[in-house]
Structure formats: structure tokens, C-alpha cells
Unconditional design. Sequence first.
Length: 27
Amino acid sequence: DLVKMIVVGLIASGVAATFPHLLPEPR
């Protein structure tokens, strides 16, 4: 339902915001 979609979106955005800091920048 809508609440689950929002929660999944928040988790996904949190992972997307945090995960790049755990890895070396691809350049």
C-alpha cells in the first residue's frame, strides 16, 4: 500500500545517500 511504498522509498533514498560514502568514488 501507499505507506509501504513511502517506507521503501525512504530506505532506498537513505541507502543511496549513504552507500556511495562507503565506496571509493568511481572516476
